[in-house]
Design a protein around this ligand. Structure first.
Ligand SMILES: Cc1cc2nc3c(=O)[nH]c(=O)nc-3n(C[C@H](O)[C@H](O)[C@H](O)COP(=O)(O)OP(=O)(O)OC[C@H]3O[C@@H](n4cnc5c(N)ncnc54)[C@H](O)[C@@H]3O)c2cc1C
Length: 464
């Protein structure tokens, strides 16, 4: 929790701020939710601005080195998430910058295929246990090259006519009563204002929500995925054949070494990259329990602890693990791995009960594969997402398209991933453009028209 070093306060003097742009839609945050929001808004005719604090787009999917886009199919191999997410994968595929199980393998439980993907060392993402049959099955999950993705996202923004404000923090919503009218940004150019008819909060952490007066759920719990920050890093130039040979022929010694590293406080677990040209690169994603991932003291603590742990992990592998002799630290995550935070209380608040309801909402804007909740997944392989979970209660002119969507911690734990946030963004951006076009509030867009527009863009909506 935030450590307070002083209890004093100061009063900021009132001042005039330059309006640097007037737009239809401004999206704050250029992660998975934000890129899809901006693309969808612009492609649907809105003059759109995307504000991002770093110099690149992609959020955790690029700068967080979280380069796995999982659960695109359910356990039966039926694709659930498509739209902009599929478009990204197709574009990366054309550049040899992605890897995924072949389409004909999705849903397969054939042992040789399952073993093939397990041996590829992406078993966590390419394979799931099917509790209905007791067999393992192959999923549709894609790995992506983060550097090519950053470039491709810029190209897509350019093609769609989105105006980028990178190196700019969205700090405060501009309010008129309960209505958001734009956003204050801070950058090397100083403090400026962008006005807009609709603002989309895609900051992941929901930075605009509390200042806009939106009610939020801030509950995070220890020992959950979302109750931790991460410090991802890559080690490169590994002779993985030598490592595999050692691991196979000296299993006990290998396991003893990984235990020893863990005892010393290192991070022994890694996954290997399968994207072409990434041979000999492995990823580590060590976690650091943290229940307030927007607290700058906590961010500083984990930044320091993560770097320390990375160095000792690397030195241990290099000095003792066969295959790592000539390795080097290829990259540490430019953005700390943030995965949980406040969520808006929206017109529909998603809870655990939605995982077992099988409800197709009248405003369903996406359907997600439910592959990770064991017995629940076995009975309920999909979950629908209502548009209302992106619409804050009471506040007008604002949509939420990121992991801060309206949900309890259980829904967050399983359904705030990259493809999910892309799907929220595609719906929010489309709805924002419709609201601008019709001069109405986002909460009043017609659900069926929104759904038809999404389907036209390749989004999968049950029954349509
Ligand atoms: C270690 C780790 C492993 C994970 N594993 C997976 C996985 O395997 N697969 C998967 O799909 N998901 C995984 N996730 C979760 C996933 O990465 C996130 O849930 C997802 O990226 C959320 O997308 P988002 O758009 O909500 O937010 P983010 O990805 O956090 O993007 C938010 C963007 O907004 C920007 N931003 C934030 N605040 C501001 C501001 N005030 N002004 C301007 N810009 C701002 C940020 O710089 C960032 O670009 C993992 C996460 C971590 C940390």
């Amino acid at each position: 929790m935030a450590e307070k070093f002083s209890t004093k306060t100061i009063t900021e003097p009132q001042r005039e701020i330059e309006v640097c742009r007037e737009a239809d839609v401004v999206v704050v945050g250029g992660g998975p939710g934000g890129i899809a929001s901006a693309l969808a808004a612009a492609r649907n005719g809105a003059d759109t601005i995307l504000v991002e604090r770093y110099g690149h787009l992609g959020g955790m999917a690029t700068g967080g080195l979280v380069t796995i886009i999982p659960n695109l199919s359910n356990i039966n191999g039926e694709q659930q998430i498509a739209g902009i997410c599929q478009e990204l994968i197709d574009r990366l595929h054309a550049k040899d910058a992605t890897h995924c199980p072949r389409k004909e393998d999705w849903g397969s439980d054939e042992e040789s295929l399952v073993d093939f993907y397990i041996n590829a060392n992406q078993f966590l993402f390419y394979i799931r246990d099917d509790l209905n049959t007791g067999k393992k099955r192959v999923l549709y999950t894609a790995l992506v090259d983060p550097e090519i993705l950053k470039c491709e996202l810029n190209t897509m923004m350019e093609e769609a006519g989105v105006t980028l404000y990178c190196h700019s923090w969205g700090t405060l919503p501009i309010m008129e009563g309960d209505t958001v009218k734009g956003v204050i940004i801070e950058s090397k150019s100083g403090r400026q204002a962008i006005t807009a008819k609709v603002v989309i909060d895609s900051t992941g952490d929901g930075d605009l929500l509390l200042p806009a007066g939106a009610e939020c759920d801030t509950n995070l719990y220890p020992k959950t995925r979302i109750g931790a920050l991460a410090f991802p890093f890559w080690i490169g130039n590994i002779d993985l054949n030598k490592y595999d040979e050692f691991k196979t022929s000296n299993r006990d010694k290998h396991d003893e070494m990984t235990r020893e590293l863990a005892d010393r406080g290192g991070a022994p677990f890694f996954l290997r990259d399968l994207v072409r040209y990434h041979d000999g690169v492995v990823w580590f994603h060590p976690f650091f329990p943290c229940l307030d991932q927007s607290d700058v003291t906590e961010l500083n603590r984990v930044e320091r602890a993560g770097r320390k742990q990375m160095l000792m992990t690397y030195e241990y592998f290099r000095d003792f693990m066969p295959g790592f002799e000539n390795s080097y630290i290829a990259l540490s995550s430019p953005q700390l791995g943030t995965q949980g935070g406040k969520r808006v209380i929206g017109e529909y608040y998603m809870t655990e009960k939605d995982m077992v309801s099988d409800e197709i909402f009248e405003d369903t804007i996406a359907v997600f594969a439910n592959n990770d909740t064991k017995e629940i997944s076995a009975k309920h392989p999909n979950i629908c997402i209502p548009y209302r979970s992106l619409v804050p209660k009471k506040v007008e002119g604002l949509l939420v398209a990121c992991r801060a969507f309206s949900s309890d911690h259980r829904i967050q734990e399983y359904f705030n991933l990259i493809p999910h946030c892309i799907a929220f963004g595609q719906a929010a951006g489309t709805a924002a453009a419709m609201a601008v076009e019709e001069d109405i509030q986002p909460r009043n867009v017609d659900y069926q028209t929104l759904q038809r527009n999404l389907v036209k863009q390749g989004v999968i909506i049950p029954g349509m």
